[in-house]
Design a protein around this ligand. Structure first.
Ligand code: TMP
Length: 212
């Protein structure tokens, strides 16, 4: 059976990493072979591209260049890491995937979902996560977390109206794909958020077991 592909999405500083770590532990304890990875990145070539995209000095990078670089990193990551792991039956948890490109480059940079989806066709080969957790927190809290954590990268430094467009992009994706995208209020207590995520994963595993 093909492995399970889970993604986490949402604004920066939304508490994704903690929940990814906890879900990894939960799945591993239940005998799943889990691979945790991230975008942009997850393998050597894609990590190099990540460095290029997020470099704060590249103020002149155009939206199209940025979108193509994310897609290029994804192409390498899918072919080298994600697809082989899924074929080997592993559970893959990925911190961001195509939805981030749709929200950030499609909505945030105003390229539109269709253009960004087209750019990514060769990168994903149609690979879609089975479940996506959209971890939402309000923009202010997100900003506070990002600025309190480290020096913000090029995208994190974007103005509030860009971040708002990104959030609305994620809203629109959640409206379009309610079966796949589970909206999680990540501003709550870690344990409460965790319980909700585990509930969804448990239900998904049961559906898979029963061939639904
Ligand atoms: P990270 O901080 O969650 O690792 O992601 C790095 C930044 O890249 C974050 O601000 C979101 C952004 N991003 C995009 O704009 N498009 C994409 O396709 C991905 C994967 C990330």
């Amino acid at each position: 059976m093909r492995g399970l592909f889970i993604t986490f999405e949402g604004p920066d500083g939304g508490g994704k990493s903690t929940q990814i770590r906890l879900l990894n532990e939960w799945l591993t304890a239940r005998g799943h072979e889990v691979l945790v990875t991230r975008e942009p990145g997850g393998c050597k070539v894609a990590e190099e591209i990540r460095g290029l995209i997020l470099d704060i000095r590249h103020t002149s990078m155009t939206p199209v260049t940025e979108a193509l670089l994310y897609a290029a990193a994804r192409a390498q990551h899918v072919e080298e890491v994600i697809a082989p792991a899924l074929e080997a039956g592993k559970t893959v948890i990925c911190d961001r995937f195509l939805d981030s490109s749709l929200a950030y480059q499609g909505a945030g940079r105003k390229l539109g979902f269709t253009t960004v989806a087209d750019m990514n066709r060769h990168a994903t080969h149609g690979l879609v996560p089975e479940i996506t957790f959209l971890c939402r927190i309000n923009t202010e809290l997100s900003r506070l977390r990002v600025w309190g954590r480290s020096v913000p990268d090029r995208l994190e430094s974007e103005k509030t109206d860009f971040q708002d467009r990104v959030l609305r992009g994620f809203d629109e994706l959640a409206r379009r794909y309610p079966e796949r995208i589970k909206e999680i209020d990540a501003g709550r207590d870690i344990q409460v958020v965790y319980d909700e995520i585990i509930g969804h994963v448990r239900a998904l595993l049961e559906r898979r077991e029963h061939g639904a």
